[in-house]
Design a protein around this ligand. Sequence first.
Ligand code: ATP
Ligand code: MG
Length: 572
Amino acid sequence: MKWSQAYIPTLRDDPAEAELISHKLLMRAGYIRKVTAGVYNYLPLMQRVLQKITNIVREEMDRSGALEITMPVLHPAEVWQASGRWDVIGREQMRLQDRHNRWLCLGATHEEIVTDLIKGELQSYRQLPKNLYQIQVKFRDEIRPRFGLMRGREFIMKDAYTFDRDEKSQEKSYQNMVDAYFRAFERCGFEIRKVEGDTGAMGGTGAHEFMVIVDTDGGESTIYYCDSCDYAATDEKAGFREHGETSDEEMLEREEVHTPGMKTIEEVTGYLKLPAKKLVKTLLYRADDEVVAALIRGDRNINEVKLVNYLGCNNLEMADEQTVMKLTGADVGFAGPYELKDVRLVVDHEVKGLRNFVTGANKTDYHFLNVNHPRDFKFHETVDLKMAEAGERCPRCENGKLKSDRGIEVGNTFKLGTKYSSSLGANFIDEDGNEKPFIMGSYGIGITRTAQAAVERFNDKDGIIWPKAIAPYGIIIIYTNSSDDKQIELAERLYMELRGKGIEVLLDDRDERAGVKFKDADLIGIPLKVVVGERGMKEGIVEVKIRNTGEAHKVNITEAVEGIIRIFEKVD
Ligand code: ATP
Ligand code: MG
């Protein structure tokens, strides 16, 4: 491609709305343009990158034995109602009505459709296992679409679905996908980390997420991993070994203290001169139709995913102000378990061993000192509700400590069990003649997110640094003086010959200053730059520079094509 004929609208300045480096770079380098929140045009360079990632993913899916299909974007409400997810996914689903007022939605994921597809068609255990996949646009009305392609409302995903007859076979299918993921991401130029994930709204029996580790704000996910064994999990999932301490303090008299306007842990502990560990937070939630108070030590953060999983509810949100006032008789910020009626208490394990702690007094501007159970309140449900923290003990091995990293989730794998096959009545006849529901798995890769993750992971002050396998072009050729016919002639010749060897080349044939061309080449991130310049022409050489290492070589004009290819082959 010649730049003069291409469509690469680079920008001089960072777009104001972009926060992440990768978002800024994709905009500035002319890869993407926003249409509306979470919806983008993919320009020609982006299209090429997406195509490459897609091809790699497709090849690895095919290699693993998965079969490509295309399912519709438009789904009837009925299948989603049948699985029970129409109400669970709720507002994240893009919904519409047709001219007959029938409800439809745009596919956010395809468990329902694929299960409905195979139902009645895969009938015998002899036809199993099966793995069906597609690469397609998905729609999700994310609460906070942001960071460019990282969290879009319309994005491209590879989604695969497996059908097995039993757990053992499912385990193989699952591992097969995990292996394919490692191959695919490695080929894209990434190191990825596989971590245990929460199964969330998907339902099911186990999940992993595949993370690109970054140390920027692009790392929306926090992961915890052990410094001595291979335990690794998302923050939603991670646990740690609890200390199980039980205080042997003597129970003291409960005492009401005036804490005017002090609602936060910091305010209360600062005022009472007590460590946050001595406080117990009482967090009131509405869980579907019920109000739940979650009790957790003041220095801990609550993990709402754990609470949802424990309660098995569809919807969890903080109770609104009116509900809090009605139940506690106090302003928000002064709730406590003492004489708290009509509320289900769910208590974190750690609270069990505490003595003489501080809670809200269910009275505006007051807290209690020396609260104790079971004297002051009783509970029947204890559970782990804590967010993990770096420095805590590994839940799996003896001596390990948890460390944390930030990552971008580019893919995930779920063991679904029979949630969808059972609810949608998708069964097969097993060897013993019995009808059984399929054991299913579901496996996603965010194609567009992966593309941007590459930029977030690989860049420098000058621009993008694409891994060679997914770069829009492998080589860019620049001539520095556009009124020098000799330069143009040589550049054109190299361009033709390298293309003849199957290499994707961009020739910057614009009538621009050399400085502008160099800047743009770095900005758009082409792995190898070939410069045909004044001095080189005199010396009979072209200069070749590798984008990711900065390494520069001189190659004789007489054997330029071979020399360039030799260097190109070594680039990662
Ligand atoms: P997240 O936790 O980031 O919301 P998810 O658990 O909803 O992701 P899945 O439903 O499993 O993700 O989707 C599979 C893959 O699709 C994810 O691993 C991610 O790479 C990608 N993906 C999910 N949501 C988006 C989005 N809004 N924009 C771009 N890619 C996305
Ligand atoms: Mg999501």
